[in-house]
Write a protein that binds this ligand. Structure first.
Ligand SMILES: O=C(O)c1cccc(C(=O)CC[C@H]2O[C@@H](n3cnc4c(=O)[nH]cnc43)[C@H](O)[C@@H]2O)c1
Length: 252
């Protein structure tokens, strides 16, 4: 098996399952599965939910070998205000750490941005917004729109917010939408983007909406639908990405 060219992160096993089902020659060890997706060697890593698990696991991998690309996938809460329905796929144009900042003058409003960067890169300083590679995001969104997702499900591009507190009121969802124009919230994207920027590895976040962000109705969540549509979109994106000359990096 060649070195995995693409590292795919999902927070939980239930989100990884539809991806792992599509891997040929799968070889599982601990929280990792390696194998081929289409003609591309991949590794699926399942670090557990949240930014700390993600950053720890991703850093451990990066310290050994740098993949050509990291994909964060799984499910998330879609924003109805952005036209997202349950089952739709969102490709991030930006990963926003929406809870990192300074307490606002009028709590419980959304925080103001930090007055200092959390990361300095050659391309600029990051406080809480990690820009995506728009060419990659555009390729992923087109691939998702042409992919055989469940009937009625679509794909959109837009900001994905990263939270450590899952939004559970319509008031909070509206405030997040008004401030950041979010299409989706989840927990891990900003942490993964941070680690990838640090190591200079391209990163993309592709998620399916398991629920609508806002008033919490756990009975209405559909994680398998969201994870399956995300996995279908990830496979479609990889098939396109592999055609790009820079994807090979002289090794394929
Ligand atoms: O909340 C629950 O009750 C729950 C129970 C079982 C499993 C899960 C998950 O697997 C979700 C984990 C994963 O999902 C992302 N996610 C999905 N929807 C949202 C959301 O509305 N806000 C924030 N994160 C969401 C998140 O990235 C988690 O890692 C949940």
């Amino acid at each position: 098996m060649p070195d995995p060219r693409i590292l795919i992160l999902t927070a939980t096993p239930v989100e990884a399952a539809p991806l792992v089902d599509r891997i040929s020659g799968a070889n599982a060890a601990g929280n990792r599965v390696t194998g081929m997706l289409g003609g591309t060697p991949v590794r699926v890593l399942v670090p557990g939910p949240g930014p700390v698990n993600t950053a720890m696991a991703l850093t451990a991998v990066m310290e050994k070998t740098l993949p050509a690309l990291v994909l964060q996938t799984g499910c998330g809460g879609g924003f109805a205000q952005a036209g997202i329905n349950k089952g739709d796929v969102v490709v991030a144009t930006e990963m926003i750490d929406v809870q990192s900042g300074v307490e606002p003058a009028t709590p419980p409003d959304i925080v103001d941005a930090l007055p200092f960067p959390v990361l300095k890169t050659p391309a600029g300083e990051i406080t809480n917004r990690y820009p995506a590679d728009i060419r990659l995001a555009d390729t992923a969104c087109r691939a998702a729109r042409n992919a055989p997702m469940a009937t009625g499900c679509g794909a959109a591009m837009g900001p994905i917010g990263s939270v450590v507190t899952i939004t559970a009121t319509d008031l909070r969802a509206q405030a997040l939408f008004d401030r950041f124009g979010l299409c989706m919230e989840a927990m891990e994207g900003a942490a993964a983007a941070h680690v990838c920027l640090h190591y200079g590895v391209p990163f993309l976040e592709i998620r399916g909406a398991s629920n609508i962000a806002g008033r919490r109705d756990r009975a209405d969540w559909d994680i398998p639908l969201a994870a399956t549509n995300a996995a279908i979109s990830v496979c479609a994106f990889i098939a396109e990405w592999t055609k790009r000359p820079e994807a090979c990096d002289g090794k394929c």
